[in-house]
Design a protein around this ligand. Structure first.
Ligand code: SF4
Ligand code: ZN
Length: 712
């Protein structure tokens, strides 16, 4: 036998033995009826479920899985057969990890890793993965002989926006070496046991179920999905034992190349198992093996600039300077100008710059004004560009930006200020990012930061506010009736090949990130890109929002997978869902109403399902009448499920979501239903999560749904 297959089988057989023993012990201890589940997932033990269709619910279900696992280990001298044995190791690892959750809700509590990754996190990764914001997924495993090597590699991935999952002692090595770890930094420690690597494997596997609509039990489709659509790869550090090798074989079976830092000589497998002993080449080789392209960075700054820093939180005690609407006038404004009003790449600071050597927290007014000119620029794109300031500033290490328009807060950390980060750098960021992302409509761009209190006050009142009001009026006038074009968005097709969103003025994309204006700008920026215009033609049914042109566009965008969708119905040909929706709504039969649940809510709902369970009813571009994914902002729309009665069907939402949409939803309710404070009639988890109790609440409030026809 070759050294490689020998090692793989050695590891697989060892894991099989361990798993069988652990399963028998657990059954002896807890009984076969004891339930077993991973936390916050609708996919049981995801590897077993996806590969075989078996829904493991109790310990008694496991011996059969161990049987399947053993049958995958043929011990035959053949690389393909040996890779199957690698899959057996994955199944064994999944069972061993799941056993940790029997009788312990949080086995990772005292670990530096997070263990199992819940479904909602995977759904939240959909959009950044399809936009290339997260260009790939790295799995870093082991213990480096020289800690500095793993630090360098992980920092490089972080800098490139690659999502990095870590397993083993390399976690401490990285953290001690200054790597900032956590979900918000895209460096995610999983755990120390080799088996915890399964927690990233199931992320890929659940992506196939959530976005790809892969049928559980269809192993070939599963392997094709992970190979073609999940841009993941593995880097091992330090000596590797047979268990690591067999786990690596499992990764290779899923299509993820493995780069090791020891010399495997002739045991390398081209394209799949590669030795790179020079750590300066690890990142480059890994990205090449998976064909991951990282966009060249547009800006150079005294601190890091990467999407990985987007979620960074800067505490007050670490803040050097703060621009905060609560304390000073502030605003951000993009304005379209004539050619001679804009001097390209000019960056001006009008007023005092940030003072040096301050002992105490500094607070300053700030107007960030961006003047753009472009032959193809449209005033409609101003707000599209403006909304991106939030992300662009957050990418700067040591900078936190929240809010928009005249209500925002920017903090610059002491350490980034010490590193030399100044206001002019923010100007460079804006200039470079605008030219990079909007270069096909912006020909010239100039940035002015006003910090003079009186000037900011004056411009806020006389320039910015009138402009915002004008835009709001324009937005309010933008209805589905007032335009003659809708847009498709197929960005999510890289994960959900049969999905297409139809974006209209009153119905934004289900991810919440693509409004009609965004889709229109996307089309203008990339005429053959992911958003294509749909002429609003061929009305079939106005109430349902059924159009011949929409059906034609959907059929062509989904390559025939979906032939008819309506814009306003949850029952008749509802719009498909890819999986990354912000919210899902479903029918609550007792009240004949609808519950809406957002991704962030982990509790129970009156329909007896969590967000995760509800979400698993739809996705992957499949139509599921009665369930529909949508964006938060759609909730206050007059078109929200209007075919079945609209917002007056909403009977329950988590409190956070209700508060978030309250002002807009109440405004719509006042207009459409003549009801004041409509959200007060809608139940939430602080009122009830039981259908009967919800019903009692609705009755006590005189909720309009009580007088409506049955929904089905
Ligand atoms: Fe994906 Fe739809 Fe959002 Fe486009 S609009 S990114 S297809 S969810
Ligand atoms: Zn999506």
């Amino acid at each position: 036998m070759s050294v490689l297959t020998d090692l793989i089988y050695g590891g697989s057989n060892a894991v099989a033995g361990l798993t069988e023993g652990a399963v028998n012990d657990a059954i002896a201890k807890f009984g076969a009826d004891k339930s077993i589940a991973m936390p916050d997932t609708a996919y049981f033990l995801p590897t077993i479920y996806a590969a075989t269709g078996v829904k493991v619910k109790t310990l008694g279900d496991l011996p059969a899985c161990v049987g399947v696992l053993k049958s995958l280990i043929s011990n035959k001298e053949d690389l393909g057969e040996a890779l199957n044995a690698g899959l057996a190791t994955a199944v064994g690892a999944e069972i061993l990890e799941a056993l940790k959750y029997v009788d312990n809700a949080n086995p990772y509590e005292n670990e530096s890793g997070i263990g199992f990754v819940p479904d909602p996190i995977i759904r939240s990764l959909g959009v950044p993965l399809v936009t290339g914001d997260i260009p790939g997924v790295a799995v870093v495993l082991g213990k480096a002989d020289n800690a500095a090597d793993v630090v360098k590699v992980v920092k490089d991935y972080q800098d490139k926006g690659i999502m990095t999952f870590m397993v083993g002692d390399c976690i401490e090595q990285a953290i001690e070496g200054g790597v900032r770890a956590g979900l918000e930094f895209r460096v995610i420690p999983l755990g120390h046991d080799v088996t915890s690597v399964i927690h990233v494997v199931t992320v890929a596997i659940r992506a196939a179920l959530i976005f790809g609509a892969v049928e559980p039990g269809n192993l070939a489709a599963l392997l094709a999905y992970t190979k073609d659509r999940v841009p993941a790869f593995v880097n091992t550090f330090g000596a590797i034992d047979s268990v690591v090798v067999s786990a690596g074989a499992g990764a290779i079976a899923l299509g993820f190349p493995v780069v090791v830092d020891i010399d495997l000589g002739e045991n390398q497998v081209p394209g799949a198992l590669v030795s790179v002993t020079d750590h300066d080449q690890t990142v480059k080789t890994s990205l090449e093996l998976r064909n991951i392209k990282v966009k060249a960075k547009a800006v150079s700054l005294p601190v890091s600039y990467a999407a990985a820093f987007e979620g960074e939180i800067i505490r007050k005690k670490d803040t050097y300077v703060e621009f905060d609407s609560d304390h000073n006038p502030t605003f951000e404004l993009v304005s379209t100008m004539t050619a001679d009003e804009v001097e390209d790449h000019k960056i001006v600071i009008d007023g005092p710059d940030i003072p040096e050597n301050a002992e105490e927290l500094i607070r300053m007014p700030l107007a960030t004004t961006i003047q753009v000119y472009g032959a193809k620029m449209q005033p409609d794109f101003e707000s599209v560009i403006e909304r991106k300031i939030h992300a662009w500033f957050n990418y700067i290490e040591g900078v936190m930006h929240t809010g928009q328009r005249n209500l925002f807060r920017i903090r610059i950390s002491k350490s980034s200020f010490e590193s030399g980060l100044r206001l002019k750098d923010f100007g460079e960021v804006l200039y470079s990012m605008i030219m990079d992302e909007f270069g096909s409509v912006v020909d010239k761009c100039q940035v002015t930061f006003v910090t003079d209190l009186e000037k900011v006050k004056d411009q806020l009142e006389n320039v910015a506010m009138p402009r915002y009001r004008m835009r709001d009026d324009r937005l309010a006038s933008l209805t589905d009736e007032s335009v003659d074009t809708f847009y498709t968005c197929i960005l999510c097709q890289s994960f959900a090949p049969a999905h297409c969103c139809v974006v209209t003025p009153e119905r934004l994309g289900l991810c919440g990130a693509v409004s009609w204006l965004d889709a229109k700008a996307t089309f203008e920026l990339a005429p053959t890109g992911p958003s294509q215009p749909i002429p609003k033609e061929g009305v079939i049914d106005e109430r349902l929002g059924a159009y011949e042109a929409v059906n034609a566009a959907i059929a062509s965008a989904t390559h025939g997978a979906v032939e008819t969708v309506t814009l306003y119905s949850i029952l008749e040909d509802p719009m498909t869902s890819c999986g990354c929706f912000e919210c899902i709504c479903g029918i609550e039969p007792l009240s004949n109403g609808l519950v809406i649940v957002n991704r962030e809510y982990t509790g129970m709902t009156p329909v007896g399902m969590t967000f995760g369970k509800l979400a698993s009813t739809t996705g992957g571009g499949v139509q599921t009448p009665g369930f529909m994914g949508h964006g938060r902002n759609f909730i206050a729309s007059k078109k929200f499920v209007s075919a079945e009665g609209g917002i007056s069907r909403i009977v329950w939402m988590p409190k956070e979501l209700k508060d978030d949409v309250a002002s807009r939803l109440n405004k719509t309710a006042k207009e459409v239903l003549g009801i004041d404070n409509f959200t007060d009639m809608i139940a939430d988890e602080t009122i009830a999560t039981d259908a009967e109790e919800v019903m009692a609440y609705l009755t006590s409030k005189g909720h309009p749904v009580l007088n409506m026809e049955p929904i089905m």
